[in-house]
Design a protein around this ligand. Sequence first.
Ligand SMILES: Nc1ncnc2c1ncn2[C@@H]1O[C@H](COP(=O)(O)OP(=O)(O)OP(=O)(O)O)[C@@H](O)[C@H]1O
Ligand SMILES: [Mg+2]
Length: 329
Amino acid sequence: MVQHKMWAIGGGKGGVGKSVLTLALSIWLAKLGRKVTVVDADLGGANLHILLGIRYPSVTLQDFISRKVDKLSDVLIDTPHENLKLICGADDMLSLANPKYTQKMRLLNQLNNLPTDFVILDLGAGTSYNVLDFFLYATGKLAVFTPQATSLQNVYGFIKSSLLRRLSREFSQNEVLSALIIRFASGSGEEKISSMSELKHIVREFSEENYLRLCQITDNFDVKIVANMVKKDKDREASKVVRTVTEKYLDIHLTDLGFVQYDTEIERSVNRMVPFLLDDSKSQAALSTYQIAYQILKEAAAKSSGDEHTRPGSPYAALSPAAGSPALP
Ligand SMILES: Nc1ncnc2c1ncn2[C@@H]1O[C@H](COP(=O)(O)OP(=O)(O)OP(=O)(O)O)[C@@H](O)[C@H]1O
Ligand SMILES: [Mg+2]
């Protein structure tokens, strides 16, 4: 059985609504009766507690890291929402801003072992290794963007960086492949590799085994996308653009979980530092975040019953046993 409870919300660009959506989805999952722990994993720019109306958190992740408290559960704090606990980041996380890979994994493993149905990570902006490693660790990966051209570029860059981080860890012992991955990452110069299919083609010439492994990784690289702050009908095409470009250059299929409208109520509640409320049935954003949360629930149920995602028609699919699609409970 695949454990599928940790979701990471990333997207590269700052200010696109990662924290707002993290919270909205966490609140809806809690309202749907699931035990949820939302974690401010924005090391250095923690603000999730403010969005929940908590000005001065009594404990933060820093207390756990510095061993002021023993157990991770000691830094869980209550929120105004039933079923929803928060783990705060801290303003002064400089010591944490560059934790070692093993430290990060230890923290993530412990978060994953919390006795809760969902652990939702709010990631910081950018594509630092911290952000990417948190994103890669989570079995549920959600990338948020806005319809602006710069945001589309950023989200593509974020997905590409996380895929390449995944590949460079996978092939870290293989010098030739590591060099090829760097050529693909740099994306410029005479030696550049401009797409994943080009990379796969080159790899196949000297190692069928590594080629198949590459295909397996891209097939299973399961990222969901959500467009936020959608204002007009045309904005909805943004997701299609992101999906098309990602498929063309990275050979991965994104799943579009929908979009969230621009909603002045969200902006107002953030500005007034009042806890986020989603019971305004008139709000389109409330409804769309509810629908996304519901899809996350369905996905978690499907994954837990062993529905591994393998793209039909891929070389890897041809070699692997047919993936079943068990019905939802
Ligand atoms: N759907 C929306 N409608 C209206 N305003 C929104 C919406 N989503 C987010 N915002 C506004 O955008 C601002 C930035 O959102 P948020 O803090 O969630 O971004 P972020 O991606 O987490 O940024 P950072 O990378 O800096 O952490 C919020 O203060 C809020 O006012
Ligand atoms: Mg944020």
